[in-house]
Design a protein. Sequence first.
Length: 201
Amino acid sequence: MKQEELLRAYIEKILNLQDEQLSEAHLKKVAFELGLDENAYEELKQVYEQHLIRGNTFAEHKNWEEAIEEYRHAIDLNPMKTEGLLAQSKAYESFWKESGKRLHKEEALFYAKRALQFDPDLKEAVESIGRIQDRAEKRTGSMRLLAVVLIGLLAALSLITYNALRFSEIPPPEPYTALDAEDAKEAEEQDFSDLKVPIRF
């Protein structure tokens, strides 16, 4: 089996075991069972570190999608290392702050909780979970406040419209119309000859 095929087989095996509590010794055993030797296993650890470094670089430049992809590759190689899990959680949290997408928030929580599974005393994971939940509650509170304000504005607008319509029931004055033929004839027949207009010099 070529090195690439061995690596693919290793990742596939690890992915199938992710629900189990894995240890470093367990990962090493899986690698050796697939035919990887000590040197190849050390190379896997280096590849993990390279993905982590690239992920950190992308995260520094706020390129969250690329960072998440790199961290995912690192996690595939070693799903129990809390460093990669926390980095993934932080990347998703930052992405969520920018995008507002609920999926990103859920992923951030998932990876922080997964890190806690491997290290229950991991302070960073606990802080991350608290921060995400606080922000989610504030966002929900802000949305509720906005909804209340909008409902109030709509109610006020409805009241103004109702009053405007109620007072507009007084009929408007008749519009100006040109004299009809009879009125025009009557005006012509009037004698204005005895009308005297004083002229002053």
